[in-house]
Design a protein around this ligand. Structure first.
Ligand code: UD1
Ligand code: CA
Length: 459
């Protein structure tokens, strides 16, 4: 359900440099900022995915010192990415230059992206590159936020040509009145980028080497600089957890829209939460308040009733789950399976047309086609040390409130009497009853009441 790539990547060779060396202090977290997640995956992974979809030929990721966790995530998402360490955090231009070795390989287009700007779309990267193809030396990305304070400003002439970018802290009052802001991401002509970046100084309010200064440097060398625009919500930068939530909201809105346009009905879309990789088939109905964790695929015609939670689950066609169902990783539901309220399924296959309708835990199990699992049935899959499997055959019937103590098998067509604790295998078409026999004593209650009433009266 990820947003489709519409534009074709230019036939020029492109190096994407992803800056991920920031400290992220405002997150107030022991986890590096770029490893915080939106829609179920890290911000860094979102950016690397967009880079891949924009058709970059090579990827460099710049990480902070000692950030093996960030480097590992980069390699997991983009195995061929080259990771560079920025030992000292001296500014965005300095960070880009840490990837000098990659820059020196000779690319047509250089794209610089920020790992804390996770919502930028491949089309926007391609749009930036197209301007390079038209002859620009540096292409900035502009946007007009509701509140421009804090952002760099794009300074343009009357013809709209980009003259320079001024950081907020260095801007004059007149420059601060400019509403057109710098989103941060940038494209540079690969033949000249190293030279320009090397000429950027740090004589500014923050004593930092600013990447946006590439514009003034390039113009000084006679290059044309340009900018393209992006919607503010696409270039939202995440510096704190309030902005992290804003990024989540934006990406959820994209995923909801994509799901509906792909043919799923969301009755109350604003209450449904997707992961980046959720797959919904046509004519799926999702009732209010449903959460999809990563790795969920839902086949055509399924109904996800309200308040269900799914993660790592695969549903074939016309499956019905919930309300209040919980599908955990490894849940695989065959066509027309039904999983009802307060049922938890983990690492288990539920066969075609099988029913697990009420208050049940099915873990490490396989349930045959058309089997009926009664209310309150539990697979006892764990002895405190190891996990064991339960197998229930096709057309079997497990009576309510039974415990299936794994490892155990119930054969095809077998019945298990309700309230049984099944510890031994049950052969096909047999009946297993494993509970105390019922005793009935006629008149006992009447005699008991009489005796107790007499005792009470004597007190
Ligand atoms: C930057 C831009 C500003 C723009 C804003 C948009 C600069 C100097 N300014 O400001 O014009 O309006 O983004 O959000 O580029 N980073 C490193 N190493 C460093 C410094 C930064 O890797 O030494 C990385 C950060 O992890 C982050 C990105 O570069 O991903 C941007 O850095 P940040 O300090 O957040 O820049 P802003 O002040 O937001
Ligand atoms: Ca920032």
């Amino acid at each position: 359900m990820t947003t489709q790539r519409n534009r074709a990547a230019p036939p020029r060779r492109c190096l994407a440099i992803v800056l991920a060396a920031g400290e992220g202090k405002r997150m107030r977290s022991s986890l590096p900022k770029v490893l915080h997640k939106v829609a179920g995956r890290t911000m860094l992974a979102h950016v690397l995915d967009a880079v891949a979809r924009a058709g970059a030929d090579s990827v460099a990721v710049v990480v902070g010192p000692g950030r093996d966790d960030v480097a590992a995530e980069a390699r997991a998402c983009a195995p061929s990415a080259k990771v560079f360490v920025q030992a000292e955090r001296l500014g965005t231009a300095h960070a880009v230059l840490e990837a000098r070795e990659a820059l020196a390989e000779g690319f047509d287009d250089i794209l610089v992206l920020f790992a804390d700007t996770p919502l930028a779309l491949p089309d926007t990267f391609i749009h930036l590159r197209e301007k390079l193809g038209e002859g620009a030396g540096v292409v900035a990305l502009g946007f007009t936020p509701a509140d421009p304070s804090g952002y760099g400003r794009l300074l343009t002439d009357d013809s709209g040509a980009l003259l320079a970018i001024r950081e907020h802290k260095d801007a004059s009052p007149a420059e601060r009145a400019v509403k057109l802001c710098n989103a941060g991401l940038m494209a540079l002509d690969g033949a000249r980028a190293l030279d320009w970046l090397g000429r950027i100084g740090n004589a500014n309010a923050q004593k930092e080497y600013y990447l946006p200064d590439a514009v003034a440097v390039a113009r000084g060398e006679g290059a044309i600089c340009a900018f393209v625009m992006a919607p503010a919500e696409e270039v939202l930068g995440v510096n704190d957890r309030v902005q992290l939530a804003a990024a989540e909201e934006e990406i959820q809105n994209r995923l909801r829209r994509a799901a509906m346009l792909n043919g799923a009905t969301l009755i109350a879309p604003e209450t449904v939460f997707f992961s980046f990789d959720t797959v919904l088939g046509a004519d799926v109905v999702v009732e209010p308040h449903v959460v999809f964790g990563p790795g969920v695929s839902v086949g055509e015609g399924c109904v996800i009733h309200a308040f269900s939670h799914l993660e790592g689950a695969t549903l074939a066609e016309n499956v019905s789950i919930g309300p209040y169902a919980r599908l955990r990783p490894g849940a695989r539901l065959a066509t027309k399976a039904r999983v009802g309220n307060f049922v938890e399924i983990k690492q288990a296959e539920i066969g075609e047309g099988a029913k697990v309708n009420h208050l049940t835990y099915v873990g490490d199990a396989s349930i045959g086609a058309r089997a009926n699992i009664g209310a309150g049935v539990i697979t006892c899959n764990y002895d405190g040390f190891l996990k064991y499997r339960t197998k229930v055959g096709a057309d079997a019937f497990i009576g309510s409130n039974s415990a299936l103590v794994a490892p155990v098998e119930v054969g095809d067509g077998a019945f298990v009497g309700s309230g049984s604790v099944v510890t031994d295998n049950v052969e096909a078409d047999a009946l297993a009853v494993a509970r105390g026999r019922q005793a009935v004593i006629p008149g006992w209650a009447t005699a008991f009441r009489k005796k107790m009433a007499a005792l009470k009266a004597a007190k």
